[in-house]
Design a protein around this ligand. Sequence first.
Ligand code: AMP
Length: 476
Amino acid sequence: MSFDTLGLSADLLRAISEQGYTEPTPIQRKAIPVVLEGKDVLAGAQTGTGKTAGFTLPLLQQLSVTPVNNGHNGRRPIRALVLTPTRELAAQVGDSVQTYGRHLPLQSAVVFGGVKINPQIAKLRRGVDILVATPGRLLDHANQKTLDLSQIEILVLDEADRMLDMGFIHDIRKIMAMLPDKNARQTLLFSATFSNEIKQLANRLLNSPELIEVARRNTTAETIAQRVHPVDKNRKRELLSHMIGTHNWRQVLVFTRTKHGANRLSQQLEKDGLTATAIHGNKSQGARTRALADFKNGKVRVLVATDIAARGLDIDQLPHVVNFELPNVPEDYVHRIGRTGRAGNEGEAISLVCVDELKLLRDIERLLKRELPNEVIEGYEPDPRIKAEPIQNGRNGKGRSQPRNQNRGRNQSRSSTKPSAEAPRKSRSNSSEENRSQAKPAHRHVKSGNSAVKRPSRPGRVREIPALLGGGFRDE
Ligand code: AMP
């Protein structure tokens, strides 16, 4: 099936073919005609499925075919708003709007925190049709009256589950109060998971939406090989360096649970002679952009990231993702491994799991509805005498920090605060005591003369993530 059956204009089709896309992805096939009909959409789609073009293309078309009502101040009004949880995702969506809209006379802007607000204000003054924003900085602008959201025709909430996880619900409510009523606008909500909170949000924001759910892109050809390597906590770094070196991996994205852990690991890897850098919310926006660029162009071999900082990163053909530590929230595992195997390319997702993390591993396997292949690397066998200990989630070891302060005064400048993209989320899985009491027998350990001993419990290819697909929306 080609793009030209979807009802898109010649200018958009030209931009699509200039991108080299020949066929719409499943989410694009389903979402584009529905959005073009003007309907609200509730879509279950992860990053990597092509969802950005799925909403950006019809949004651009809708705006280009309907006449502009000039705002009350005579200025060109903002007609479409795309909200994203992180700066990186905002920047990427902004790039897509520019790319796909390059032959249309529409203006767009991206606003997020951590950078100066004045250039954003200047851009908004010149007139913008489409605004891509993170919630915090958008509210800063609204408070300073540097933008008006009363003429919004299309609202997109991208990665809505992550916005809620990051504690943005309060901000989202405030923003909604500035928009036209849900009957007077078109709303598209994208989310990888569907908790009760997301359903409630959808009920409030959407008007008789069409439900669209898709499998990950290229479901049948999708090839993310997943593997668990049991290893003691204090030997993980050594094993990671060993694997990068012996397999000669050139581009590896590594996940840690904490910002401090990301910094420490990247420094240790540098000491091991590997080029590494960390990306997380305590880094300035400039440092984050630089780290990503260095990683993309091959200057840096290992990018160590926290979950939220990595959210939305779109790195073409990323071959290796390593979970140096398993995430507290099982859904984050799905997001993490979604960084690889994109656009049909092969990818490998490896988890280094110590005895403390067996409960987290089991939560993940429950979500995936399958056991992950398990392989002990010879020379790195876990010491059976080591007992599980509580998982430390912060530098002071006191567990996860408090949710974002939702009562913070709006006049308090966000740009001077810690970057919003690293705002903590609520914990859905922790309890180390529970970990210990429920931990399953340590590992399926097999020995042989080879350096790596494999005994996959099931074939090592993931074709789909059943818990996120089909069978309706999942309750948490
Ligand atoms: P997304 O899920 O929106 O983050 O997109 C994932 C990746 O797929 C991005 O690198 C897009 O440029 C790419 N992409 C989107 N649509 C298509 C398509 N129809 N054909 C090939 N690649 C695409």
